[in-house]
Design a protein around this ligand. Structure first.
Ligand SMILES: Cc1cc2nc3c(=O)[nH]c(=O)nc-3n(C[C@H](O)[C@H](O)[C@H](O)COP(=O)(O)OP(=O)(O)OC[C@H]3O[C@@H](n4cnc5c(N)ncnc54)[C@H](O)[C@@H]3O)c2cc1C
Length: 418
């Protein structure tokens, strides 16, 4: 793995930074690979990395229609947690959280993973009951969970507005101390560099436009840069899943909806944990740079456009200034949208598709960033062995036919799947 000395940084600065070695190669597509992964977001890149590093499968290509991280990986609000109620989700997201804890070392790349805690604020008595139930379920799965009193929650919320008649009173909170956030781009770049160094071809500007079908089986992909054969093909295209699976004639129980997010100018430290307010459909954290990063609910209609609509802007900002009046004085820098792949039960799909040779990694709803290493690890296992690992077996597509849905009401939908 490459390391950059102070001298090399200085030398490159003197030459206008024109001769930096590339962090990953820019290869031409080959005629065929053992595994082709469609989608160069965090999930696709992590899958490629674990295929090469854990399973020794190095004839792997990641095909990305734009640049890596240009989808939701580079658009999310970076919350990482495992505070799920359903056993299958709790086990999977905790597996992922454990990978996060060593990820910077594993990739030799600073993912800026910060375990600053995630606090779900309960704003009604009913929420207290639900959060205690979810906290207990987490503990039974070996996950850290603490239920905090109203006074303890208030002490963590400087600047919150609350009086006896306020709209959003504080009744307590469910706290996961090991949760937190990370730098989204760094995760894509770290996996890309590490996968490339093991021989994986990362091919940007390569859009999959169809599939090579041999009888009943998928034998590769058609792209704007030619046909590429594959022993196995994995889809990791998040919000584009419905469209890309449709090219193979597959109709999935997924709707694409836009989720918006907002970022302010940097200010001095005011919020040192990640806060979610389910009742207000609002969540907020502060980036290491000082910007306040926040968001709320999904846009209600389906769309593939990476931009949002005004009613949600209105709702999110109303919640923001109602609970934190100080936010009315801070300047907004940007706001954007990403296309989320929503399943009916709020849980992902990782496994084989009904078409031989084609595998699915999708249905991440609002919450797939935290899943990135775990999802990559499990998808690599599934692609390498042709069968799911025990941890991702419950996330099979046919659960919707068999009635084994994993309805994550404890942690969504719709809110709190971020
Ligand atoms: C505003 C917002 C906030 C969010 N906040 C959080 C959060 O706080 N915590 C959390 O855990 N999750 C969050 N999420 C969800 C999270 O971002 C996603 O679930 C996760 O990043 C999905 O990663 P991915 O690699 O599967 O998809 P993506 O990063 O979207 O990558 C898919 C890639 O596939 C490519 N692609 C699509 N079609 C083709 C094609 N035909 N050929 C080749 N390439 C193709 C796309 O260009 C894209 O780069 C949020 C999402 C949004 C939009």
């Amino acid at each position: 793995m490459k390391a950059y000395s102070a001298w090399s940084v200085f030398r490159h600065a003197l030459t206008g930074n024109r001769h930096w070695p590339r962090a990953w190669r820019d290869p031409e597509p080959k005629a065929g690979y053992d595994v082709v992964i469609v989608g160069g977001g965090g999930h696709g890149l992590a899958t490629a990395y674990y295929l090469a590093s854990v399973h020794g499968i190095r004839k792997v290509a990641v095909l990305e229609k734009s640049y890596i991280g240009s989808g939701n990986t580079g658009r999310n609000t970076t919350i990482v947690r495992s505070n799920y109620e359903q056993n299958a989700n709790a086990r999977f997201y905790e597996f992922s959280l454990k990978l996060w804890e060593d990820l910077s070392l594993e990739l030799n790349y600073n993912t800026m993973f910060s375990q600053r805690g995630v606090l779900d604020v309960a704003q009604s008595e009913g929420m207290v009951e639900r959060y205690i139930r979810r906290g207990n379920a987490m503990r039974l799965n070996g996950i850290d969970a603490e239920f905090l009193s109203p006074a303890e929650v208030r002490s963590m919320l400087p600047g919150i507005y609350e009086d006896s008649a306020c709209r959003y009173p504080i009744h307590g909170g469910l706290y996961q101390p090991r949760a937190g956030n990370a730098r989204h781009d760094a995760v894509a770049w770290g996996f890309a560099r590490a996968a490339d160094s093991l021989g994986v071809d990362i091919i940007q500007g390569c859009e999959v436009t169809g599939f090579l079908q041999e009888g009943e089986r998928i034998a590769g992909v058609r792209t704007n840069r030619g046909d590429i054969r594959a022993g196995r093909t994995g889809l990791a295209v998040a919000g584009s899943t419905g469209h890309v699976a449709g090219l193979a004639g597959l109709r999935l129980p997924i709707e694409s909806h836009v989720l918006q997010a907002f970022v302010t100018e940097p200010v001095k430290p005011v919020i040192d944990t990640v806060l979610t307010f389910e009742l207000a459909d609002f969540y907020i954290s502060q980036s290491d740079r000082g910007s306040l990063v926040f968001g709320g609910e999904l846009d209600r209609y389906s769309s593939y456009a990476q931009r949002g609509n005004l009613p949600i802007v209105h709702d999110v900002l109303e919640a923001a200034v109602t609970m934190f009046p100080m936010l009315g004085r801070v300047r907004m820098l940007r706001h954007w949208g990403g296309v989320c792949d929503m399943t009916p039960d709020g849980s992902p799909i990782i496994g084989a598709s009904p078409i031989e040779g084609l595998y699915l990694n999708c249905g991440w709803c609002y919450g797939g960033f935290k899943a990135t290493p775990g999802s990559g690890w499990m998808f690599a296992h599934t692609l390498a062995t042709g069968a799911p690992h025990a941890v991702n077996a419950p996330f099979a597509l046919d659960r919707f036919e068999r009635g084994y849905t994993i309805n994550e009401n404890g942690a969504g939908p719709f809110f709190n799947l971020h």
